[in-house]
Design a protein around this ligand. Structure first.
Ligand code: HAS
Length: 549
């Protein structure tokens, strides 16, 4: 990889980890506030911290890290970028960073306590939405840069399938660009005019529907780069090839098709959307589970093939032959293990009737901590351990590897404690997004907190362990970025692990993007055209539309 490309990737990683530090600190404050153990100064409130925690970790850490990973992988697999692509990537980075700074300043100053989902009827300063718009524009510029690089590669390699990493990157970016259309429409045509006072009202239900048009595929924008590491990096770490090139590519295509027309599964309890459209989108949600099941199948097959090749016998003997002492593998394996209950929880959420039980409770908070907070975040951590030394040319020393193990295990323990407490409390009825102090007026609600997992101490212990683990990660990141000695010997250089993938039998039409974009648009029109046009036509004139909660 050219030095100039490394610099772009490292700058993205730098901002990702600045957001990570502030975001995790807000998370620590969060558990104390919920436990009534911390009284905030008058200029700071629970919702300010909750918004900063969600925006900085779920939206900003992920986005910058994802681009760092995709930029590195594209430069690695398709060759170094040309000057035009680099200009796009730098511009994208700068605009996203400017947007992040503006949006964070608004949150910290108390002008945008609208939570990371930021939809109406909550209202923030207009500048907060301008900041978000800049974040999206910045990611588009970076996406165009990477897509341009890919197009140039395909022109030079006519008739060839692109390397798996590049194929998966382009799928992720297509998904992202289409998904953003919903939130861009809401921010530009609804939130900004409303927040700056140019119009008096907003159609609340329309704005929420446009948000979730974006909000659900957003979670796959986080997940797919983690899946890239699972499909492309993990087989190399366990000493084998990609299990099936066509399965891997097809699973990513299914994500493009089915991750967008499903946003109503976040709005099942809301009025204004007829049951038929909700039901249709629930069915499509069950379709988007399939590529994850294919991924689970492919991962188990990869592990078994590798373990048996190394002499593992019997039904489960191969399991013991996996490279458990390699932190690059172990961290990602634990991440995968979290996705088994995480995915099962998602299926519960998506089931129309069961959603009634869990919606707007702490269960949902538990769900996203064991999806984005563990499978995705722990994969990014596992990637961090080798990606930074690969980019800086520094040594990932034995001492740091040991610390990385402590970091990984402690993150997993903290996440198990905290998310189990959140799931249990949610089932008992504890609402999400509610400062704990409110419970004092409802003595019967206090009984929720008497359980083994569902007590204050478990949640706080989980939260504290997570924070300590996060600080350990920051220490390792700083070491790998600035302080570790430069690698000199051949075996000290950290590799970018990319497994071989046999595409000789992969059908070429899988890489004909126009087919998949066409079907995606058809599915979106089928799932959204009528309910959205109804929402536009039937919003009571001059009112705020449908008030929901
Ligand atoms: Fe979700 C709410 C449905 C996946 C994130 N989700 C959320 C929210 C977030 C989020 C952030 O239908 C909250 C939004 C808010 O603030 O309001 N979710 C699903 C479904 C899936 C799903 C069906 N979610 C995710 C992923 C996320 C994420 C991934 C982040 C990255 N979710 C919902 C619904 C709601 C929701 C409703 C709304 C709830 C409400 O009412 O508000 C599926 O994609 C899940 C499919 C996954 C699987 C698992 C496959 C397992 C694998 C691991 C294999 C393991 C191996 C290791 C190989 C079927 C691939 C072996 C290890 C051993 C130990 C043996």
């Amino acid at each position: 990889m050219a030095v100039q490309d490394r610099r772009i990737a490292l700058s993205n990683i730098g901002v990702a980890y600045i957001a990570f530090i502030i975001g995790t600190f807000c998370g620590l404050l969060q558990v104390f506030i919920r436990n009534d153990a911390l009284e905030l100064p008058t200029w700071l409130d629970y919702y300010q911290i909750l918004t900063a925690h969600g925006v900085l970790l779920a939206l900003i850490y992920t986005t910058f890290f994802i681009f760092a990973f995709l930029i590195s992988g594209m430069s690695k697999t398709l060759g170094s970028f040309g000057p035009k692509v680099r200009t796009f990537l730098w511009l994208g980075f700068i605009v996203t960073a400017l947007g992040t700074t503006l949006a964070t300043a608004m949150i910290v100053s108390g002008e945008a306590s609208v939570l990371y989902t930021f939809y109406a009827p909550l209202k923030g300063s207009g500048w907060f939405y301008v900041g978000l718009a800049l974040v999206i524009i910045g990611t588009w510029l970076s996406s165009f840069g990477l897509i341009g690089h890919y197009i140039a590669w395909r022109k030079k390699n006519k008739g060839k399938l692109s390397p798996l990493f590049a194929f998966m990157t382009i799928s992720t970016l297509i998904l992202w660009l289409i998904a953003c259309l919903g939130v861009v429409a809401a921010v530009v045509f609804q939130y900004i005019p409303w927040a700056f006072g140019w119009v008096d009202t907003i159609n609340v239900e329309l704005s929420r529907s446009l948000f979730w048009f974006f909000g659900h595929p957003l979670v796959y924008f986080w997940l797919l780069p983690a899946y890239i590491a699972w499909y492309v990096v993990v087989p190399k770490l366990v000493g084998t090839k990609v299990f099936s090139d066509s399965l891997a590519r097809f699973s990513f295509i299914l994500f493009i098709l089915f991750s967008i027309p499903v946003g109503f599964h976040h709005q099942l309890t809301e009025p204004g959307i007829p049951g038929f459209w909700k039901f249709l989108q629930v069915v499509l949600t069950f379709m988007v589970i399939i590529p994850s099941l294919m991924t689970a199948f492919s991962m188990f097959a990869t592990f078994e093939i590798s373990g048996r090749k190394k002499g593992g016998r019997g039904l489960f003997g191969w399991f013991t032959k996996l490279p458990w002492k390699d932190i690059r593998f172990t961290s990602i394996f634990i991440a995968m293990a979290f996705f088994i209950p995480g995915g099962a929880g998602g299926i519960i959420n998506a089931s129309f009737q069961l959603n009634e039980l869990v919606h707007n409770t702490l269960w949902v908070v538990g769900h996203f901590h064991i999806t984005v907070g563990a499978p995705v975040a722990m994969t990014f951590m596992g990637v961090t351990y080798w990606l930074i030394p690969h980019l800086t040319g520094r040594v990932f020393s034995k001492a740091m590897k040991k610390l990385a193990f402590v970091q990984t295990i402690s993150w997993a323990v903290g996440m198990i404690l905290m998310s189990t407490a959140q799931h249990v409390l949610g089932l008992l009825g504890a609402p999400r997004r509610t400062a704990y102090t409110g419970y004092n007026d409802h003595p019967s609600a206090l009984e929720w907190f008497d359980g083994f997992f569902s007590n204050h101490v478990t949640m706080a212990v989980g939260g504290i362990i997570l924070f300590l683990s996060a600080m350990l990660l920051v220490y390792i990141v700083m070491n790998l970025l600035f302080f570790a000695p430069k690698a000199k010997l051949e075996n000290e250089f950290e590799e970018f692990p990319i497994a071989e993938s046999d595409d000789s039998r992969t059908p070429k039409f899988l890489e004909n993007w126009w087919i998949w974009i066409g079907i995606t648009i058809a599915l979106i029109v089928m799932a959204y055209a009528i309910p959205i046009s109804d929402l536009i036509q039937h919003a009571p004139p001059g009112s705020r539309g449908y008030i929901t909660w």
